[in-house]
Design a protein around this ligand. Structure first.
Ligand code: MLT
Length: 332
């Protein structure tokens, strides 16, 4: 049985029992709770790392932001006080603006697009740039699906419906500007504060993938979902570059191979689980609305107003065009 099969059949941790006493155990911060793609990526990574290293290397997941808020874990890994972190790409962008291309609205339009870009030449360039900008190395990617909008007040299907809602967004300029292009001023807030803010009605809503809404139990404090597709959430696993450089060449290869295996497991996990999770959220009382007119109004406002504002920050319009070309889409 491969580690991928073991992950999907729930026996991925079996090897841990056979680890030598001296196995190096790395701390892996995870922003979300149990049951989402971040945890799936983490479990697959650990199983693969144990297998690749013959049990000499392993990891331990710390879920629910126990080791710090997602953006703070980037700084902690960069300074060498944290080993690994699994977090949403939008929480890396403030430290490495070039990965912002992946958070521009309506650039990634499917899971296939996300896999093609992250696992191809452009993904490699982003990995190199992130090491330089942020002192962390992306070694694998989780795919979490589109960030759907949730709120506690009303069904939203048009831009007009959105008016008056107080929506939490990550501290990410691109996402803030996207909501502004839809006519509202969102509330930037750290991930770790979001559940309480929804519960205490400091904000009415937020956006995140179905898998994350489920893993964070947002159904307990949110009622309505709008099936937006403006941002496909990609959630990398990063390693402290200082730690990576301190490993032997062989250990580095184990880490990289485990990252690749975990990426494939994550892609499979989303494909097999997302529809089930969506149904589960409905059975818990959430109501799903599709955006009117196939989302055209949301899309036109966001692409027209937001893209040009970030050309400089992502390294030039040509960087976006490179991504669009790789996806066989018209350039700008
Ligand atoms: C965020 O909204 O800050 C992130 O998407 C949270 C996450 O990593 O799931």
């Amino acid at each position: 049985m491969t580690y991928l099969t073991r992950l999907l059949t729930g026996t991925a941790v079996s090897l841990a029992l056979a680890l030598p006493a001296a196995a190096a155990e790395y701390r892996i911060a995870v922003g979300d709770g149990a049951g989402g793609t971040q945890e799936a990526l983490g479990k697959a990574f650990i199983a693969a790392l144990e297998e690749e290293s013959g049990g000499e290397m392993t990891g331990k997941l710390f879920l629910n932001g126990q080791l710090g808020d997602e953006q703070d874990t980037v700084t902690a890994a960069a300074t060498g006080t944290l080993d690994f972190s699994i977090l949403a790409i939008n929480n890396i962008t403030p430290f490495s603006p070039s990965v912002g291309t992946l958070t521009l609205p309506y650039v990634i339009l499917s899971q296939d697009d996300a896999e093609k870009i992250t696992q191809g030449e452009i993904g490699q360039q982003m990995i190199d740039q992130t090491i330089e900008d942020a002192g962390v190395r992306i070694i694998g990617w989780a795919y979490s699906g589109f960030r759907v909008l949730t709120n506690s007040k009303k069904p939203v299907s048009t831009v007009e419906d959105l008016q008056g809602l107080v929506v939490r967004v990550p501290k990410n300029e691109i996402m803030i500007e996207t909501y502004k292009s839809w006519g509202i001023n969102p509330t930037p807030m750290a991930w770790g504060e979001t559940f309480a803010a929804l519960q205490q009605k400091v904000v009415d809503g937020q956006d995140n993938p179905y898998m994350t809404v489920y893993a964070m139990k947002f159904d307990e404090v949110q009622k309505y979902i709008t099936n937006l597709r403006y941002l496909f959430s990609i959630e990398p696993i990063i390693v402290s570059e200082a730690l990576f450089e301190s490993l032997s060449e062989e250990e580095q290869q184990h880490v990289l191979a485990a990252g690749e295996a975990a990426t494939q497991a994550s892609a499979e996990f989303l494909r097999s689980e997302e529809a089930k999770i969506r149904e589960e959220l409905v059975s818990r009382g959430m109501e799903i609305t599709d955006p009117a007119d196939d989302e055209k109004e949301f899309m036109e406002l966001a692409t027209t107003n937001v893209w040009p504002k970030f050309y400089d920050q992502i390294g030039g319009k040509e960087v976006l065009n490179e991504v669009l070309t790789a996806l066989d889409r018209p350039t700008v």
